[in-house]
Design a binder for this molecule. Structure first.
Ligand code: GUN
Length: 281
């Protein structure tokens, strides 16, 4: 079994990005900039944002975090986004989710200039991705995709089963795999026989948020299994895949932690650099 080392893959990607930023600096005499907006004091969000800022600085990006209290008015946030849209030193804007209830998530996402939308959540980017055009791609599915391609460069004709249909993971993952000519089955909580679907798969992406859902006897011997889950349980953080069981069967598997997670942040940096490059044309 290949244990897919997301930490190592992310470090390699960051190394490449660091070189790219240095080259862009020479060529344009400026570096890509990432601005993150963080609302409230939710601890997991604070940790994510700190990691994003640290990684951005490491590869040489200009990075800034704008913090607001939980009580901030929606209007204030929207005005700030509009200001950042006009700011030439800002290549990418990310508003950390989840947001407080009184702030309309869709309004926030749609206010971000699609060309600065490093999350790939803006309807224009969602549409472009599903049409097969150039777009920002959500960071977690992009990270999964890059990990899969490392194991299997040619995905054409492979059967992929995506477990979960969220806008954040399942849907963009499906589009990426379709673009690679996979035959994709999207499954979810109402799917009748999930085990039978998974047993057909050459590639399984588990992104449904149910601890250790995917079992050893759901997986063929030559299947690549990507575990997107981060679930808090009594025995600590576990994924959506039963690691002990599936690691005995699968061809390759990502651990949790140390699999998809590190790639997500590296892909955010990649998206910021790609937004900068598109803005220079
Ligand atoms: N919160 C958890 N994951 C994400 C993400 O990928 N993007 C944003 N903006 N917020 C998140």
């Amino acid at each position: 079994m290949i244990l897919i080392d997301g930490k190592k893959a992310a470090a390699e990607l960051r190394e490449e990005l660091k070189k790219e930023v240095a080259n862009l600096k020479t060529k344009h005499n400026k570096v890509p900039g990432l601005t993150v907006i963080l609302i409230g004091d939710m601890t997991p969000s604070q940790i994510y944002v700190r990691n994003k800022e640290k990684s951005a600085n490491e590869v040489g990006l200009k990075s800034e975090v704008i913090r607001y209290p939980n009580t901030v008015e929606e209007k204030t946030v929207l005005e700030k986004i509009k200001e950042l849209n006009q700011d030439e030193t800002v290549s990418g804007i990310l508003v950390q989710l989840p947001l407080p209830k009184h702030i309309n998530k869709q309004k926030v996402i749609e206010t971000i200039d699609p060309l600065k939308d490093v999350d790939g959540f803006h309807p224009m980017n969602v549409g472009n991705l599903s049409s097969g055009y150039e777009s920002s791609v959500p960071c977690t599915p992009l990270g999964c995709y890059l990990l899969i391609k490392k194991i299997e460069p040619n995905l054409s004709g492979k059967k992929a089963v995506v477990v979960g249909r969220s806008n954040l993971n399942g849907k963009p993952m499906t589009q990426l795999l379709l673009k690679e000519n996979c035959t994709v089955t999207v499954t979810h909580s109402k799917t009748k026989d999930l085990k039978a679907e998974c047993l057909e798969a050459d590639i399984i992406i588990a992104a449904v948020g149910i601890p250790e859902l995917v079992k050893g006897d759901w997986v063929k011997k030559d299947t690549i299994v990507i575990d997107v889950g981060i679930n808090k349980t009594d025995k600590g953080i576990v994924g959506d895949v039963d690691f002990d069981e599936v690691s005995k069967n699968a061809k390759a598997l990502t651990p949790v932690p140390g699999g998809v997670g590190p790639m997500t942040i590296a892909c955010l940096l990649k998206n910021t650099i790609d937004c900068f490059k598109r803005s220079q044309i």
